[in-house]
Design a protein around this ligand. Structure first.
Ligand code: FAQ
Length: 312
């Protein structure tokens, strides 16, 4: 086709499964797509602390509180590895943050839903982290070196997160009738939003074809969504909970579950800023950024003084 020699050589490296490293030549579109995806991923980790942070002060036991605190701290760490990976592409963390705060960049739709009960902490770990891992395990083989390496570490921690969520919801599902009802209610509310995490259906996914050719993405959105359903349904059965989808059924011929699609008009509406918590989430991040300004200014002033002294 109409590729330049440089672009052709680049694509051949991708096809040979070579990793692309920061200082190497890359097409502008490849760089831009990575900044968008890694940046959105980083923002998701940071905004993703808010729904769970909501429950740290109200965890039912000291042990659950310590575990939840550790998980939320891990998410901050994941955000930082990812911002570092994005910075190797020539964008600063401050620029990325400003784009999140003024709405130019997205974060995962899932974090615009509220966490109403303690059972939601179980559902978030089980379903949201479960969906996150399903997407991130293949990304360990993504073509951009710093992103792939960040994913290795993140996936290890993410699988601990998923298990703690499953353990928390299992406790509720095996508890009193009231607790079991809370677990079922959490599953009812988080099921479809979790399916939306994988992005729009393949026919509406504008970036998939090019991102897969570049191995920025390793699977289509629908492939990963199906894998998630296939993995999660037996877990729900084990818990004695019901997936809120009357059309869910095992399809022997396909070797997969048939399931109902989420309401895609709701998904696109949440992306536009109209989900139940979009305004709160951005307000919380803007407040944190504004409240922390004196710390950043102080650190900068200190660094400048130190370097002035060294050069005096
Ligand atoms: N939310 O053409 P596609 C976590 C946008 S895990 C919001 O299919 P693409 C861990 C998309 O950006 C969650 N926006 O896009 C955790 C594009 O719009 P744009 C984060 C979405 O990029 C757990 C448009 O729709 N994980 O945080 C969503 O090829 C628990 C068209 O879509 C990652 O980010 C969505 N769900 O595929 C933390 C993984 N889906 O940018 C705390 C890396 C799509 O042109 C607690 N990212 N859009 O304006 C990816 O794998 C991909 O970016 C996809 C989307 C699969 C998310």
């Amino acid at each position: 086709e109409d590729m330049t020699d440089e672009e052709r050589a680049f694509q051949e490296r991708i096809d040979r499964d070579e990793k692309i490293e920061p200082k190497e030549w890359m097409p502008e579109g490849y760089r831009k797509t990575l900044i968008r995806q890694i940046g959105q991923h980083a923002h998701s980790e940071i905004v993703g602390q808010l729904p769970e942070g909501n429950w740290i002060t109200r965890a039912p036991t000291l042990e659950r509180k310590a575990i939840l605190l550790a998980k939320v701290q891990d998410e901050a760490g994941h955000g930082l590895y990812l911002y570092c990976a994005a910075e190797t592409l020539g964008v600063s963390r401050d620029e990325l943050t400003e784009m999140l705060l003024d709405g130019r960049m997205k974060y995962s739709s899932i974090f615009n839903y509220p966490t109403l009960t303690w059972a939601d902490m179980g559902a978030v770990g089980w379903l949201v982290d479960g969906a996150a891992i399903m997407n991130q395990v293949p990304l360990q083989r993504t073509s951009y070196g710093p992103y792939a390496r960040a994913m290795v570490r993140i996936c290890k921690e993410e699988s601990f997160h998923q298990r703690q969520g499953y353990d928390a919801i299992r406790k509720m599902a095996e508890g009193t009738p009231a607790q079991k009802k809370m677990a079922q209610d959490a599953l009812n509310r988080f099921w479809y939003p979790s399916l939306m995490m994988f992005g729009p259906s393949d026919k509406d996914s504008v970036h998939s074809a090019q991102s897969m050719a570049w191995k920025i993405k390793m699977n289509t959105n629908d492939e990963l969504r199906q894998k998630f359903v296939d993995q999660t349904v037996p877990q729900a059965e084990y818990l004695g909970l019901t997936v809120p989808d009357p059309d869910l059924k095992w399809n022997e011929d396909r070797g997969h579950y048939d399931f109902s699609q989420p309401d895609w008009s709701e998904f696109f509406d949440v992306l536009k800023g109209n989900g139940p918590c979009n305004v709160d989430r951005l307000a919380a991040r803007n407040k944190a950024w504004d409240d922390g300004r004196w710390v950043r200014d102080g650190l900068m002033a200190h660094a400048q003084k130190k370097s002035a002294r060294k050069h005096a």
